[in-house]
Design a protein around this ligand. Structure first.
Ligand code: CP3
Length: 335
């Protein structure tokens, strides 16, 4: 047992666990050093030794309760045979959908293509004993969106455009769901002992579509993780007051909130489901006093509630590593 599982499985409210989304990433000079020599991001995610090294990098600096495996949610489309590239200053660029090819990719093909991800997890497991190892997946909707939109929806997005071809969507969603379950199983088999599901773009769904594209497919994934006896954290980013419906329908072991959610309000409404995150990552770009004030705000509200300290989204590349150090110091003194 450790602080994270004490909180999300046993619902303890003392000794606040802490980890950060994107804790391994571009704000760390040691990551940028490796990245400089590995310009192909997918290839980097398929180098099991580097996956291990990058995953562990933040632990070497900070007193964290968990590592999150260095990988990407887009390894699923890649493993299904869709081209995925990360272009500098542009973000992910995906190839055209070849539905035949995707549907015909069986479990063995998929596993073979991204096996180094699992090898990387095994290597992490060998080095880490007392901390949680978080594996992750993109939620069905967020993956469907990237696969059809072929680029970040920040650049170009229309729900009606995505929703047009029902037959394509239904076939694709089904394949995505089974592949997510497979990817989760393989991560657990390799050593992951907590799973987080990122629905980064749930907030783009029209409210009346949330059930169909977010709650129902996510519930199937959550039930699958639970059947494997592993705790699952859900992050349906940007759905505002619908966090409550999400929680009562999907019933994750822990729910991760974004920076737009009022922490007092959600604590009242959720009545016991462990909560993670919330602090706006942009706060970490401001001065120490402001960081302290905002951090203590979350800690105070959740002092009598099972709470995992994290941010309301990933650590921004502009964040100073010393700021993360400072933040952890505040949390450890108060927890
Ligand atoms: O430390 C960690 O959190 C683990 C590693 C991790 C990455 N991506 C590494 C990464 C995780 C958990 C992800 C998840 C991910 N990937 C999400 C869900 C979380 C979120 O941020 O909403 C999404 C939407 C993606 C897709 C993705 N990957 C985008 C849009 C981009 C480019 C823009 C960006 O934010 O960097 C990536 C690339 C990526 N994934 C990088 C890293 C460290 C940056 C690569 C680089 O340019 O060096």
């Amino acid at each position: 047992m450790n602080r994270l599982t004490d909180c999300i499985i046993h619902k303890k409210s003392s000794g606040i666990p802490v980890w950060f989304m994107r804790q391994a990433g571009r704000y760390l000079p040691e990551f940028r050093e490796i990245r400089k020599n590995n310009l192909n991001f997918i290839k980097l995610c398929l180098s099991s030794d580097l996956v291990k090294d990058i995953t562990i990098q933040p632990l070497k600096r900070f007193d964290l309760d968990a590592v999150i495996i260095f990988s990407d949610i887009l390894m699923i489309p890649y493993g299904l045979g869709q081209e995925v590239e990360f272009k500098k200053g542009y973000g992910p660029a995906l190839g055209k959908i070849d539905l035949e090819r995707i549907i015909n990719t069986n479990s063995e093909d998929f596993i073979k293509k991204i096996n180094p991800v699992y090898e990387g997890i095994k290597k992490v497991k060998k080095e880490i004993k007392d901390k949680s190892i978080i594996g992750f997946v993109g939620a069905p909707w967020t993956l469907l969106l990237y696969m059809i939109n072929r680029q970040s929806p920040k650049k170009n997005f229309s729900f009606n455009e995505i929703n047009k071809n029902k037959s394509l969507i239904n076939k694709l969603l089904k394949k995505i769901e089974t592949t997510i379950c497979l990817h989760i199983e393989k991560q657990i088999e390799a050593g992951a002992n907590v799973i987080q599901i990122f629905d980064s773009w749930a907030g783009l769904l029209p409210e009346k579509e949330l059930k169909n594209y977010c709650y129902t497919p996510t519930l199937r994934i959550v039930d699958h993780v639970k059947s494997l006896n592993i705790p699952v954290i859900c992050f349906p980013k940007g759905i505002g007051k619908n966090y409550i419906d999400f929680n009562s329908t999907v019933k994750p072991d822990c729910i991760s909130i974004d920076y737009e959610v009022d922490p007092k309000w959600i604590k009242e409404k959720l009545k016991g489901t462990p909560i993670q995150g919330g602090l706006d990552p942009k706060i970490l770009l401001t001065d120490k006093e402001n960081i302290k004030k905002n951090t203590e705000h979350y800690i105070k509200i959740f002092s009598d509630y099972p709470y995992v300290f994290n941010l309301g989204h990933g650590v921004l590349p502009e964040t100073k590593p010393e700021t993360i150090e400072y933040l952890i110091q505040i949390i450890r003194n108060k927890g």
